[in-house]
Design a protein around this ligand. Sequence first.
Ligand SMILES: Nc1ncnc2c1ncn2[C@@H]1O[C@H](COP(=O)(O)OP(=O)(O)OP(=O)(O)O)[C@@H](O)[C@H]1O
Length: 310
Amino acid sequence: MLETESLRKVFKKQVAVDDVNLYLKQGESVGLLGPNGAGKSTFISMIATLTKPSSGMVTWNGQDVIKNPNIIRPTLGVVPQEIALYKELSAYENVKFFGRIYRLKGKELESRVQEVLELVGLKDRQKELVKNYSGGMQRRINIAVALLHDPEIIIMDEPTVGIDPQSRHYILEMVKRLNEEKAMTVLYTSHYMEEVERLCDRIYIMDHGKVIATGTKEELTSILSSEETIQLELDQPSKPFEEALKEQSDVLKVTEWEKGIKLIVAKNTRRLAGIFQLAEHHQVSINSVDIQVPTLEDVFLHLTGRRLRD
Ligand SMILES: Nc1ncnc2c1ncn2[C@@H]1O[C@H](COP(=O)(O)OP(=O)(O)OP(=O)(O)O)[C@@H](O)[C@H]1O
């Protein structure tokens, strides 16, 4: 397990990371969500042993990483925000160059290079110069480089910022596959709520250097409410159906709206099948169902008074 305890970084008077406690268990996919300037890159850089903390601890399976960076370096693959590639070389030459830095040689080097190019979906275009690649493809090569030494943990610093939607989709799917199929542990930073929602088992929300909330998506959104709204669009109004819904124990409130009925139900107790059965019994057709649950964006707004992407 990778763990930080009261990890702090102060640049002159600027507190970039303010006593952050975070853990990453083997095989987990953890998101670090926060707006620009929240301190995500500085935090990652300390875990990756590239920046020295002002105070606090980083441990890997109980061992002190700050004193002994070498105990974690072979385990970590770090994808920085900036593209760090030689633009005049081909993708293949770039990855091979970095492979040599990882001290890979001969057949092993060649097979790892082909493996990672395959993982990022660029094996077929490996001979092209990186300068002719799109931003998204360059980002994928950056990721390939981080995977070369077959790390246990991959740490990604906003890997989808400023790239085309197709590459973004590819990267998200790839991270999911690495986590689910290769059991790779993932720490994924982003200011896109939908990305961490899609990829991560647990999420840390960071703002002004501090972790302001942590939990699974469900736990975080339950900060906001223990209820959710179900909006039913009906083919016709039906008082008997409305009355029957009111009698359901987990239905807290029933109101009409222009196209049907709105229910407030206790969270996680909704039984859509039951609602459909009731509708059928009262000969009402449900044209559409809209379940409105609070999002992480709403949680961030609630906690800070600001939007994530202000
Ligand atoms: N080397 C540095 N010297 C001085 N201040 C710094 C340095 N690096 C980061 N900071 C400051 O620390 C704070 C956190 O920055 P950091 O880059 O870690 O945030 P971030 O959440 O990763 O945001 P972004 O996505 O914009 O990179 C910011 O106020 C930034 O200006």
